[in-house]
Design a protein around this ligand. Structure first.
Ligand code: ADP
Length: 584
């Protein structure tokens, strides 16, 4: 602790010194402010009171989401010589932190920016009518998988994305992907998995409300989809570790490098660039064009306000994700999931694809099944990935210091159990020994530091200390930890039948984190057939219209199991690309 403070002081001194060097307005000035995941530090070069250049010298922000901030906002600031720029939607916190950091540097140079906020605009005008074979709506995992396969099958493809950044929910997820009989299962010695076991777990995990024929496709194609990501898209998966999410009978979730969806999305984007597939961001699809009962294209609007028509000679693929960020739509289908819930989702997750396809006659199903993720930040609703220590032995306790649910239960079960506790919240408790196995603090360092700063996570030497920080009765927490340590020794959880491995909590240091459930995944959506063709209310194919990913409602039933979204979007995204390219 002490060491850190001294370092901080030294840093402050360096900043002060460097700003002194620049006095008189010419020079390089450093500035700092908090972004979404910690400090953003910039270096601003000034000459004759003009901003020449801005460099980010430190940042823990999401690489994909911060890209338009660090480039587009920078270009506007330099071009207009003004730091009074509006935030970029979808990256609001990062934008605010970046702008504040630049302003902090400018203050040191004695420069103030005023006037109205400048909106970062789409600067390029484009052709108002464009023709492709396949038009993909949405640049998440499903959209990219679809586009790459369509291109491989010979189609001229475009991806349209309404947000300034690509990636959707795929990007901000943990990125884990379930598949049976993979090379990693082999490496770690798991031999008792099969497509059939995966199928059974998934169907049962959704209370048999997913369509069996679709779950079968998911299970049968998961392994080849993982190998496609590994071999053709160059996604790096960790070779000797797997997750076992709730509801799965064995460890089968591949973990991407960095433990987030950023690995998958950045590699998909590199591949799409290589194949020269245009990805048009800030291009919002407003409606599907239907001619004589066939979907032949889409109408869209870009940020410059241009109305655009994208013709699709072979097919349109809807890959717009779910509707977790659309409170009105949530309430329409399930009154319980109203504004009292925050969401882990990106702002673009508003169900547009469902609404547009319905207008073209599409059928929908399972709309009332909306999943909350149990362990999220109580202030922002953002999913906690540091808390993945739960999969390696972290336990959940309530305000009274007692366990109340099996930690590897399904997300819906844990979420409901949490909402029945005092304050509708839970605390996740783990120790150094568990962290050595899960390594979540190291891989999600910026989230860890942010939670500490927010007072939502605490590192304690003793259990007394941990309990006191959150006003939990010390004796009860100690009793709970002792009981769990006993179960860990006997290999049997007598209270909640933990299906993984409990770990002794006898030794500290400890980590304790406050959490709440937040809306995470919408299981319902468009009805598609086994070839991903969208069906109408009579079960007939709507020609020219395909869908894949969270926008569809056929796979997960009442509850999506952890790690099944990445499998879903990759498997069905790929199928939709191949079929749309052939106009099948
Ligand atoms: P999936 O996991 O199914 O791939 P994601 O949430 O990862 O879904 O991605 C869906 C993407 O679709 C998001 O980036 C979202 O911003 C984008 N999107 C949603 N609605 C529209 C729309 N009307 N036009 C263009 N893009 C859209």
């Amino acid at each position: 602790m002490k060491k850190k403070k001294i370092l901080g002081l030294a840093l402050a001194l360096v900043i002060t010194l460097s700003s002194l060097v620049g006095c008189g307005s010419n020079g390089t000035f450093t500035g700092q402010a908090d972004g979404k995941h910690g400090a953003i530090k910039v270096e601003v070069k000034i000459k004759d009171e003009k901003i020449q250049d801005i460099k980010v010298i430190e940042s823990s922000e999401n690489i994909v989401l911060s890209e338009p901030v660090f480039n587009k906002i920078k270009n506007v600031m330099v071009e207009k010589n003004n730091s009074n720029v509006d935030a970029i939607s979808g990256s609001t916190e990062t934008s605010k932190g970046y702008i504040a950091a630049v302003q902090n540097a400018l203050e040191k140079a004695g420069i103030k920016s005023d006037g109205d906020k400048i909106v970062v605009e789409h600067l390029k005008e484009e052709e108002t009518t464009q023709e492709y074979d396949v038009v993909v709506i949405g640049a998440g995992g499903a959209g990219f998988s679809a586009a790459l396969e369509a291109e491989k099958a010979g189609a001229k493809v475009v991806i349209l994305e309404k947000m300034p950044s690509i990636g959707g929910n795929t990007l901000i997820s943990g990125g884990e992907m379930n598949a049976p009989e993979t090379w990693v299962q082999k490496n770690v010695g798991i031999e008792n998995d099969s497509a059939e076991t995966f199928y059974n777990d998934t169907l049962k995990g959704g209370d048999n409300k997913g369509l069996p024929e679709m779950v079968k496709i998911l299970a049968d194609n998961a392994k080849s989809a993982a190998e496609w990501l590994r071999d053709e898209v160059n996604v790096k998966f960790i070779d000797d570790k797997l997750f076992q999410f709730g509801g799965h009978s064995v460890k089968r979730a591949l973990i991407p490098e960095g433990h987030t969806g950023a690995e998958m999305i950045s590699k998909l984007k590199i591949k799409a660039d290589e194949k020269e597939i245009p990805v048009k961001t800030e291009t919002e699809v407003k409606e599907l064009i239907v001619e004589n009962g066939k979907v032949t294209g889409v109408k869209a609007k870009n940020l410059a306000g241009q109305d655009l028509t994208f013709k699709a000679t072979k097919g349109v693929i809807v890959a717009t994700g779910g509707f977790g960020s659309n409170v009105e739509m949530r309430k329409k289908y399930n009154a319980e999931l109203d504004e009292k819930y925050m969401s882990t989702d990106t702002p673009g997750t508003t169900g547009d694809g469902i609404v547009m396809a319905e207008k073209a006659g599409a059928n929908i199903m399972n709309m009332e099944y909306i999943q909350t993720y149990p362990i999220c930040n109580p202030e922002t609703g953002v999913i906690s990935l540091v808390a993945d220590s739960r999969f390696d032995g972290g336990i959940l306790v309530n305000q009274e210091g007692k366990r109340f649910v099996e930690e590897l239960e399904r997300r819906d079960v844990i979420s409901k159990a949490i909402l029945n506790q005092t304050g509708k919240q839970t605390y996740l408790l783990w120790n150094e020994k568990i962290d050595e196995i899960s390594n979540t603090i190291d891989v999600h360092k910026s989230e860890y530091e942010m939670l500490i700063k927010q007072g939502l996570l605490y590192k304690a030497d003793t259990l007394e200390d941990a309990a006191k920080f959150f006003n939990i009765p010390v004796d009860e927490l100690k009793k709970t930890a002792e009981r769990v340590s006993g179960f860990a020794k006997n290999g049997k959880d007598e209270d909640f039948k933990h299906r993984g491995k409990l770990v002794s909590l006898e030794e500290g240091p400890y980590y304790i984190q406050k959490a709440i459930p937040s809306v995470h995944h919408t299981m319902g959506g468009l009805v598609i057939d086994t070839e991903t063709r969208v069906l109408d209310k009579d079960g007939k194919i709507i020609p020219g219209l395909y869908a894949a990913g969270e926008v569809t409602g056929v796979v997960h039933g009442t509850n999506r199991l952890g790690g099944n979204a990445i499998t879903d979007i990759t498997v069905f995204g790929r199928i939709s690309g191949v079929n749309a390219a052939q106009g099948k």
